[in-house]
Design a protein around this ligand. Structure first.
Ligand SMILES: [Zn+2]
Ligand SMILES: [Zn+2]
Length: 689
């Protein structure tokens, strides 16, 4: 007599085993129709799976109740589509042998062996999709059938696929007593595949699909084994969702900061310099410098002071901070002094021994800094502080080095050296809340200026069941409340995440959504009770006694590399005028206007604008196109008539037509103002109707 508990807490009692499909039908015809699977005691199952015992049950449908696509439904749909694609491929290419076909976050793939014969090509995609469409239209049920492991192995041996036999052997080795197959239709009659499941109830539940791409792979990822063709595909519950996904992929490709970085000559990664080490070329350096100037100006207004610190520090410093040897795996190895090294060589010290002695602290060396905090701490500790001087806010665009595995690096988002928009605030306990508010108001201002209004914050709190946290629990309560309050003032969505705090304090993380809807995790603001303790920091209180300050680490935009990588994609390379490497290009229509063009260019340059002059012999349409290719925000086209009236014909990036004529002085003044105010364009405004 299974008692089934539904998500709303209601219960249904049956006098014999029942399937999730039947329960769905009992709840309502609409639900039964929409259902694609079931979650039984939290585990994803077929709708047809028998429920024999008491359990909790949630019917999986493509739409979540609160809107948006359901991840479990997508998993079922994609895994089921992988079967349909495999069947279609085997119909068209009988020599194809299936290996392994899992669902992925955005689709699925199937590894297929063509036995050294000609593999499929992208030209075959249309035929494969047409065959898949037939199978979907036939709306055949996914039917599970099982055999005891030994019987199942016999069946596979008779079928002669070493790949499936290997999959089955692994399933058995992992403790599976039975082997299961899913037929699309009737077992023994229709196509089937060895599979654990679960699946959607029938092929007709697959809404929309597409065969995406090919890649080559090896069986078990081993180059010495069979060469395989990996066929990627994707599937969604509806055509609209598939179309939106394809548009997003297309947009993402156009905005890829690695491609735009090259096209707009913003940065370079050079094999001779090293992987993951960004070379900021002149154009990219302008963007970074403008952004740093902007952030620095705001920091000055908020009472921060600027510091500079070296790129290395002694190992003892990081032993005190705790960064060495604990985070050794993510650091470059230590640097050792010449004499020390010579002495060790004389002793015949082995590399293993050296590592050991470094770790134990028997010999010292230097570390490329993985963090800026210890240096800033030593600046704070270098002079006495009274409660009246607090808080002390030290900021630095500080470059740090971390060792990322080579497979993980690419573009500006995963690098081995990066510059944080870092600052450390040393404050009194009673100042923490106010300082957090200050940090967040700065973030709000900067995101606002950049037109990135779609962001959210995550507040990382203690895990109430853990004892790993340092510091007084009462202080933690206050700091957590301060984080919450500060996050609330932003007026953007925020979530509280228990267990996500660092062991040394709670934190606030920023996640920004770009214009095509992708999320970028940027930086954090963190409260820290630990480092002031480890470095024995103090200030003199009103009672004339030493007191321990609290530290706030804040790098809200993460690193300049990651942030600008994100900005490149957000703006698709078309930066706002104040950030643009080249702000305006002067284009003489012909040789006759060259003199006047030079005057216009000189007037722009005299106002500090980044202006260039195109004196090539190219026709004007070609010049306009070249400026657009480099996404230059403004062009001033000048011809003989413009020269007479001291005017320019204005073009703006993204608008195909000429905006119209403008007085040269007004144009220069308008651009200077747009640059200075980081935004409001009086030039575009002058032509807006
Ligand atoms: Zn399957
Ligand atoms: Zn720090």
């Amino acid at each position: 007599m299974p008692v089934i508990t539904l998500p709303d807490g209601s219960r249904r009692t049956y006098d014999k085993p029942v399937t999730a499909a039947q329960v769905a039908a009992d709840i309502g015809a609409g639900l039964a129709k929409a259902a694609v699977g079931a979650k039984v005691d939290g585990e994803l199952r077929d709708l047809a799976a028998p429920l024999e015992r008491d359990c909790s049950l949630a019917i999986v449908t493509p739409r979540k109740r609160e809107g948006g696509a359901d991840a479990d439904a997508l998993f079922l749909i994609r895994h089921s589509t992988a079967h349909v694609m495999a069947e279609a491929i085997q119909r068209l290419f009988p020599q194809a042998r299936l290996v392994y076909g899992p669902p992925l976050e955005t689709g699925f793939y199937y590894d297929i062996s063509f036995d050294g014969g000609k593999p499929i090509s992208t030209d075959d995609f249309a035929a494969i999709e047409a065959e898949m469409a037939k199978i979907v239209a036939e709306n055949r049920p996914f039917t599970r059938h099982e055999l005891p492991a030994s019987k199942g192995m016999e069946k596979l041996r008779a079928e002669g696929s070493k790949f499936k036999l290997d999959n089955a052997q692994r399933a058995c080795a992992a403790g599976s007593a039975t082997l299961s197959w899913y037929a699309t239709g009737e077992p023994g009659k229709n196509w089937e595949d060895l599979c654990r499941g679960p699946h959607v109830p029938a092929t007709g539940k697959i809404g929309a699909f597409k065969v995406m791409s090919l890649a080559s792979s090896y069986w078990k990822g081993d180059e010495k084994l069979d060469r395989l063709t990996r066929v990627y595909g994707t599937a969604f519950a509806t055509k609209e969702e598939l179309a939106a996904h394809l548009t997003q992929l297309d947009e993402a490709k156009k905005r890829d900061h690695r491609v735009l970085g090259k096209q707009l000559r913003l940065f370079h990664i050079d094999e001779m310099v090293g992987q993951g080490l960004i070379l900021w070329t002149p154009n990219g350096s302008i963007v970074r410098q403008e952004l740093q100037n902007f952030i620095s100006e705001e920091l000055r207004k908020q009472g921060y002071t600027q510091v500079f610190t070296p790129h290395i520090g002694k190992l003892d410093l990081y032993r005190t901070s705790g960064h060495f040897p604990y985070y050794r795996e993510s650091q470059y190895p230590p640097v050792i002094e010449h004499e020390q090294l010579a002495a060790l060589a004389k002793e015949g010290c082995s590399c293993g021994e050296l590592a050991n002695r470094l770790e134990k602290g028997e010999i010292d060396g230097y570390l490329l800094k993985p963090m800026n905090c210890p240096h800033h701490i030593r600046i704070f500790a270098s002079s006495p502080h009274s409660y009246r001087d607090m808080p002390v806010r030290l900021s630095e665009f500080g470059t740090v080095y971390r060792w990322e595995q080579s497979g993980e690096i690419g573009g500006m988002t995963r690098v081995r050296g990066f510059t944080q928009d870092d600052a450390h605030l040393f404050c009194r306990e009673d100042q923490v809340a106010q300082e957090l508010l200050g940090c967040l108001s700065l973030v709000k201002l900067i995101f606002g200026t950049l037109g990135m209004s779609d962001y959210r914050v995550r507040v990382g709190l203690r895990d109430p069941d853990s004892a790993k946290y340092v510091g007084d629990p009462r202080n933690w309560d206050k700091a957590e409340e301060a984080c919450r309050t500060a996050a609330r003032t932003l007026g953007v969505p925020f979530s509280e995440e228990p267990g996500e705090a660092a062991f040394y304090g709670p934190k606030i993380d920023f996640v920004v959504k770009d214009v095509i809807g992708r999320s970028w995790q940027l930086g954090t603001v963190q409260v820290d009770y630990n480092l002031p303790e480890r470095f024995d920091l103090s200030y003199t209180g009103a009672d004339n006694q030493p007191h321990r300050p609290v530290m706030i680490h804040r790098a809200p935009f993460g690193s300049m590399e990651r942030f600008i990588g994100c900005l490149i994609e957000h703006f698709a390379g078309a930066f706002p005028m104040w950030l643009a490497p080249e702000q305006v290009r002067v284009l003489p229509i012909s040789e006759k206007s060259a003199d006047y063009a030079r005057q216009v260019h000189a007037a722009l340059a005299a106002r500090g604008l980044r202006a260039t002059l195109d004196e090539s012999g190219e026709r004007i349409q070609g010049k306009i196109k070249q400026a657009a290719d480099m996404k230059v925000p403004y062009c001033a086209v000048v011809g003989p008539r413009d020269a007479e009236g001291r005017k320019v014909s204005v073009r703006a990036f993204g608008i195909d037509a000429n905006l119209g004529e403008m007085d040269c002085d007004a144009f220069v003044e308008g651009l200077a103002q747009e640059h200075r105010t980081r935004g409001q364009s009086t030039v575009r405004g002058a032509f807006a109707r």
